[in-house]
Design a binder for this molecule. Structure first.
Ligand SMILES: [Zn+2]
Length: 209
């Protein structure tokens, strides 16, 4: 298997966030716009209701995960399963599909799946933002991530475990990190720990005199 290119997936995720005309938090992947395609996000159930095509037919008799993308002309239709139990997992599925589109994946293989998953994590809860939170003394736990960033418990656990692996890895830093941190800052800075805020003031005071 070719190795997944996580760096590229991250770069493209950040680029996608930066290109959005309006930014709001938590990230709502249903509202993401791309240059390359119009995106229509629709649940299978809704599509089935509108077209009269049965869910079994749409999912080739149930052999279907959480979502898939269908291209027609300049439009990418992202179908997701509304029966998925949590909103967090739906948002993840939609972001994952957007990842396949942005990364121009044409085949389904383990490498592409891993890249799309990493793209999803970097759109919903960017590593540079989590690093910034940790640097400022915030308690970045799995529960915090799922309630604040609206990602599933499973995705939160995943974010934490990848984060600890790359936290000191210079290679995973991108040219967009500062811009991304600034986009999220108004929504996350209240979670910075006061202790680290006072440490910072103290540092500044020392540097001042
Ligand atoms: Zn996929």
């Amino acid at each position: 298997m070719d190795k997944p290119n996580f760096y590229r997936a991250k770069l493209k995720a950040y680029e996608t966030l930066i290109k959005q005309k309006s930014f709001s938090f938590p990230i709502e992947p249903r509202k993401i716009k791309l240059d390359s395609y119009n995106i229509i996000v629709i649940s299978l159930q809704e599509y089935s209701r509108i077209t009269g095509i049965s869910i079994e037919q749409l999912t080739s008799n149930g052999s279907f995960n959480d979502g898939y993308t269908y291209f027609k002309n300049n439009t990418a239709y992202i179908f997701y399963n509304d029966d998925i139990e949590t909103e967090g997992r739906k948002l993840w599925t939609i972001s994952h599909e957007i990842g396949h589109i942005v990364l121009k994946h044409t085949t389904q293989c383990e490498k592409n799946e891993q890249e799309a998953n990493f793209f999803a994590s970097q759109v919903l809860a960017p590593q540079c933002v989590l690093k910034q939170l940790i640097k400022n003394g915030a308690k970045v736990t799995s529960d915090y991530l799922s309630s604040k960033f609206k990602i599933s418990k499973e995705a939160s656990d995943n974010c934490i475990s990848t984060l600890s692996k790359v936290i000191d890895n210079e290679h995973i830093i991108t040219e967009y990190d500062d811009i991304i941190v600034n986009l999220f800052k108004p929504y996350i800075s209240s979670d910075y720990s006061l202790d680290s805020y006072f440490d910072e003031l103290e540092d500044r005071r020392k540097n001042f005199y």
